[in-house]
Design a protein around this ligand. Structure first.
Ligand code: BES
Ligand code: MN
Ligand code: MN
Length: 462
């Protein structure tokens, strides 16, 4: 291990420079305008893997963006680790809220990152994080210290629902055969409080359209008599939660697994200061489901959020109009045992049923995905926990995360393997927001920790 760590030390600056090159590629998967840049990023990933010493690397085109796959088999008898990550990023807007351009990475010091952080879209989610694996792999290969076979699958559609990865996994099931999936696309509690994510929420995402009159109307001539779709949509959305912030869709909670009092007690032992939390977000209070702590509200409980709402006149000045249409994008975070398709159907049925006669409602489902729980009593969890113990000097705390990586449930279903979510970001790194960043401490800590995972895992699987 000394050789590996020395290699990392000697090549640190280059690792960072290489990451900066990738961060300059605007690989925005959601926007068709960037299709070529996404492809360019796939090539960058493939080249990086090859240069790192990965023997077989190939770019697989899909109906959407390409998947980069590489494998390095040193001995069929050794355990195989499949590293998954994504090179696509979220759109950067609103642009005017960035302090520096999203695809021109700069390093700046912050209070939480006194050693500096790289500011760029994708810095933490997930370019900076999957690249740690490429560099840790390089260090292990070049020092002949690799104790496991490694397969890399880095995709370009995670941020838009991984719609082609499921088919890819089924088609190439044999090629992807492995003992465990390892992902760095989550966070730790703090840089001095390591943690491992042991659960992710599922997702059901819908778009709704409410149509009132067949054209925009003068709000004085017709207002007062004709249903205003923006008003109706607001009323309908408001009714989706009761005064205790429970979701009112019939059947919504039917499949939710009740978490035991013991488990709830354990999860609330994780360090969390509500005042610091509120202050960091600039809010005077939190507003979640009654009867649950913030940690519970953002992990073991399902939620419903409006992600966007629009319609009518939103230009300069005032226009007196009664709009014909109103829209909203709504997402529901799901917990284990709730099924994304079923929840989407329940939503659609309920939303259509509460529409007043003066409007018509259309519900269009977007992507979805199932929740996942990853056990903390397996060799792979132990390998990760021990690795973090070595590099942080503290046992990591198992925590259930609030975000979603739908492919984790799919790996379990199709490849029949469990995943370890050993992420190194911080919740405050502003992923999906303006000024996304990733701490240099975190980047290097990840590169340093990953080789220990491989060493421990090889040992524990013997
Ligand atoms: N890396 C995130 C998920 C994440 C972030 C999990 C932080 C836990 C902690 C991932 O890239 C992501 O953003 N996923 C989407 C879902 C996807 C279907 C668009 C999400 O959670 O909104
Ligand atoms: Mn991600
Ligand atoms: Mn993301």
């Amino acid at each position: 291990m000394q050789k590996v760590q020395a290699y990392i030390d000697n090549n640190k600056d280059r690792f960072l420079e290489e990451l900066m090159v990738m961060l300059r590629i605007p690989s925005i998967s959601a926007d068709p305008k960037y299709k070529e840049d996404v492809a360019k990023n796939a090539s960058f990933v493939a080249e990086s893997l090859t240069k790192a010493g990965c023997a077989h690397v190939k770019i697989y085109p899909t109906k959407g963006h390409p998947i980069v796959y590489g494998e390095h088999i040193i001995d069929k008898k050794l355990p195989t680790v499949l590293v998954y990550g994504h090179y696509d990023v979220q759109p950067p807007d609103p642009m005017d809220l960035w302090d520096s351009p999203p695809f021109e990475p700069v390093i700046k010091k912050t209070k939480i990152h006194p050693k500096g952080a790289i500011f760029a879209r994708g810095a933490c989610d997930d370019k900076g994080q999957f690249f740690m694996h490429v560099k840790a792999f390089e260090a292990m290969v070049k020092t002949e210290s690799l104790g496991c076979n490694v397969k890399f699958m880095i995709e370009g559609e995670e941020e838009i629902g991984s719609s082609n990865l499921g088919d890819f996994c089924s088609e190439y099931k044999d090629m992807l055969k492995c003992n465990v999936v390892l992902i760095s696309d989550t966070s730790v509690i703090a840089n001095d409080v390591p943690s491992i994510t042991v659960g992710l929420r599922g997702l059901s995402y819908v778009e709704v359209e409410v149509t009132g009159p067949n054209k925009d109307l003068h709000s004085g001539v017709y207002g007062g008599a004709v249903a205003n779709p923006l008003q109706v949509l607001s009323d309908m959305i408001a009714s989706l939660k009761d005064k205790n912030k429970k979701i009112t869709i019939p059947g919504f909670y039917d499949d939710v697994v009740v978490v035991s009092a013991k488990e709830r007690k354990a999860m609330n032992m994780a360090p969390f200061n509500k005042d610091v939390y509120m202050k960091a977000l600039g809010v005077k209070d939190t507003m979640g489901e009654k009867g649950y702590t913030v940690l519970e509200q953002t992990s073991i409980r399902p939620t419903l959020e409006i992600n966007g709402m629009w319609g009518g006149y939103i230009g300069e000045g005032a226009k007196t109009v009664l709009p014909s249409k109103a829209y909203a994008k709504i997402s529901m975070r799901l917990v284990p045992n709730q099924q994304s398709d079923k929840i989407t159907k329940l939503f659609k049925k309920h939303f259509e049923s509460i529409a007043p006669a003066g409007v018509t409602v259309k519900v269009t489902p977007h992507h979805g995905g199932e929740a996942a729980v990853t056990p903390s009593d397996t060799p792979e969890y132990m390998a990760a926990a021990q690795a973090m113990k070595t590099t942080y000097g503290k046992d990591p705390i198992p925590v259930r995360g609030g975000g979603s990586i739908p492919i984790v449930a799919l790996f379990e279903k199709v490849l029949k393997v469990k995943t370890v979510l050993m992420g190194f970001g911080l919740d405050s790194d502003d992923i999906h927001s303006p000024n996304e960043h990733y701490g240099l401490f975190n980047f290097y800590k990840g590169i340093e920790t990953i080789p220990y995972f491989f060493e421990n895992y090889a040992q524990l699987k013997k």
